[in-house]
Design a protein around this ligand. Sequence first.
Ligand code: PPS
Length: 353
Amino acid sequence: MIVLVTSIIVVAFAAVCWILSMRPIDRISLVIRFATKLGLHNIFSRPELYQATISNGYRVLLSGRLASYVLEEALNFKMRPDDVIVATYTKSGTTWMQEIVWLVCNDADIKTAKATGLLDRYGFLEVPHAMPAFGKGFQALEQWPTDKRRFIKTHLPFQLLPYELQTQGRGKMICVARNPKDNCVSFYHFHRMNKVLPDPGSWSDFLSKFCSGELMLGSWFDYVHKYWQVYQNRKDSMYFVSYESLKRDLKKEIENLAKFLERDLTHEQIDAIAKHCSFSSMSKNQATNYSSVARSGVMNFQTSKFMRKGEVGDWKNHFTINQNDAFDRMYRERTKDWTLEFEFELGNDTAKK
Ligand code: PPS
């Protein structure tokens, strides 16, 4: 009996020491993993956003899954020279670009791309590696085999990227930006169906929050413009493309990307990537349409699908005339010094605003 009690005390003491010796991000991952095993992860209500000040002084709005301890770790994340990073404001074409980039870097290997979910081919920089719904997280990126190229997805503002990336061009970074009206609409529907994001409220409430930068990770304007400015002096290691350009001429954009990524692709390979990366193909493809996340209960596809419409100009179905006028005024004012322009509709009536 004494032996048994002593063994339990020793094991419990060792377990507490082990947990205390972990980095906060690993400790939290352990807790999430435990909660997931017990099925507790689905009982929590939607998170509220909170303002965090990161150790480099950057202030940012975060929800539960993007807690500041992960961002602190991310600042010191060690880059590798051949890393590929897809960096985007949420809902601007990340998944689309991830699939294109992976195929460009892997000789258009569509067979493997279909057999391996995108969540397993990329690591999500600002997510702890514990949430099955989000695939490979931070720690998986750290432990990525050194003989395999790392593919990294991030929605972090430039100022919260790993210091090594902020101060020098490491690897190859691809940024996608989408016109803010469609970006906002897509983000609104994403909030409606995604249980790890705050409740979006009404469309009108959500639009005002988008305009004032009160959504997770802050202002679209600050985010996009900062990446655009950095891109001006880093064209060898950074690539910047709009969602609208991808929609307009996908094959041309794949060719440009292949040049940037220094990959020689045949016309047949480019055609195959463009076909595979069409909206209709990606929305049916289980490796890219997030159906596994819907099955995990984190996203509710009955409310809205992840691959929702994939169009330029859906904002017209959401903005009232007054909302649109107010948005245009605010947009003109906030972008008056920008050299970056967006298209808000495609086709014969293409209008640059
Ligand atoms: S996330 O959650 O931030 O990673 O989302 P993200 O992938 O950035 O954005 C999702 C929107 O991109 C659309 N999408 C596409 N559009 C055109 N073609 C393809 N192949 C494609 N793949 C994804 C997706 O439908 C979301 O936009 P909306 O407007 O909501 O449909």
